[in-house]
Design a protein around this ligand. Structure first.
Ligand SMILES: [Zn+2]
Ligand SMILES: [Zn+2]
Length: 345
């Protein structure tokens, strides 16, 4: 089969590799869509301690079952399946508590396990047992179904911030994740969704995705504007959906008393550490926390939400590429010219 193999840092080649076979209890998918994530781009440029070269990356996958491993019930050839990224051990304390994304084993499709930038994707038995493969509702296309993985992470973001209907939200960063978070918050009953973004180009898109106000941090003081928009109080929840330490620092100025700042987006390797004005948090009785990844329940919820039409996934996908054009696809995703780029192997 053909696969885009990441041979080393910034070295990815499309070449023939051995077609995978299903292990007992596992599956093989014919990949139909794999969307490019910011973390794929980070691995491409900087590598990751969880990725050993050569490896096929890509964890936002949809595809069709072409082989069912020995002894595996519940799957059939022809099933339409989407994958969640994280794979947990199923046995540790975190897994028992239902928070497998915090499992120290920290396996993931497209990291330690092969990913979706290939014609076929082997899914091992641990991944199947963990529940990281879920059926795609009939009404949902391949490309949108692949977005269930990042959408599941957004659901995890709102859950870890203990979001409740009737609250106000600020999302810093109007990339695909920021716009998904904004739509999700709206559909879950946020009274006000404000999007902050540095560049003006993406702000126009943010407006189209239903933000109540879009704020360009180039043109105005975003914290002051957030206070203005929230009756002087600040927002209940501020999520940073970008890789900027400045945004993380600003977020603490935007949150209200007893509010929550969620550092949703990780910072690229080598980024400076942020400065925390601890008195700001102290007097506001505010919470500063993070989140990452998602669990299978959230992936299934994401698929259902996408099928319901509450999240406008089709419009999030602005670029499509065949597998041979994986490098232009990565460039398109990185250029921020559009939103989500999808590879259809
Ligand atoms: Zn992702
Ligand atoms: Zn575990």
């Amino acid at each position: 089969m053909k696969a885009a193999v990441l041979e080393g840092i910034e070295k990815m080649t499309v070449r023939e590799v051995e077609t995978p076979r299903a292990e007992p209890g596992g599956l093989v998918l014919r990949v139909r869509a794999c969307t490019i994530c910011g973390s794929d781009i980070r691995i491409f440029h900087y590598g990751s301690p969880r990725v050993m070269f050569p490896q096929v990356v890509g964890h936002e996958v949809s595809g069709e079952v072409v082989e069912v491993g020995e002894g595996l019930a519940g799957f059939e050839v022809g099933d339409r399946i989407a994958t969640a990224g994280d794979v947990a051990c199923g046995e540790c304390e975190f897994c028992k508590r239902g928070i497998g994304n915090c499992c120290p084993i920290n396996y993931a499709i497209g990291y330690q396990f092969p990913g979706g930038f290939a014609e076929y994707l082997p899914i091992n038995s641990l991944t199947v047992r963990h529940g990281a493969v879920n059926p795609i509702p009939d009404s949902l296309g391949w490309d949108e179904a692949a977005l269930a993985e990042p959408l599941a992470c957004c659901i995890n973001g709102l859950e870890t911030s203990h979001f409740q209907a009737g609250e106000s939200i600020v999302v810093i960063g109007a990339g695909p994740i920021g716009l998904m978070l904004a739509q999700l918050a709206k559909s879950f009953g946020a009274t006000k969704v404000l999007i902050v973004q540095r560049s003006r180009g993406r702000l126009e898109m943010a407006r189209r995705f239903g933000a109540d106000a879009v704020i360009s941090s180039q043109d105005e003081d975003p914290a002051e504007r957030v206070r203005e928009e929230t009756g002087g109080e600040g927002a209940d929840i501020v999520l940073t959906a970008c890789g900027s330490p400045e945004a993380q620092e600003q977020a603490m100025e935007m949150v209200r008393f007893r509010g929550r700042v969620n550092l949703f987006g990780g910072l690229p390797k080598g980024t400076r550490k942020i400065e925390v004005d601890s008195n700001l948090l102290h007097y506001k009785e505010a919470y500063l926390h993070g989140c990452h990844g998602a669990i299978p329940r959230q992936h299934r919820a994401a698929l259902a939400l996408l099928a319901s039409g509450h999240i406008r996934a089709k419009e999030l996908i602005t670029h499509r590429f065949p597998l041979d054009d994986i490098l232009p696809a990565f460039q398109a995703a990185e250029s921020r010219a559009g939103l989500k780029a999808v590879v259809n192997p």
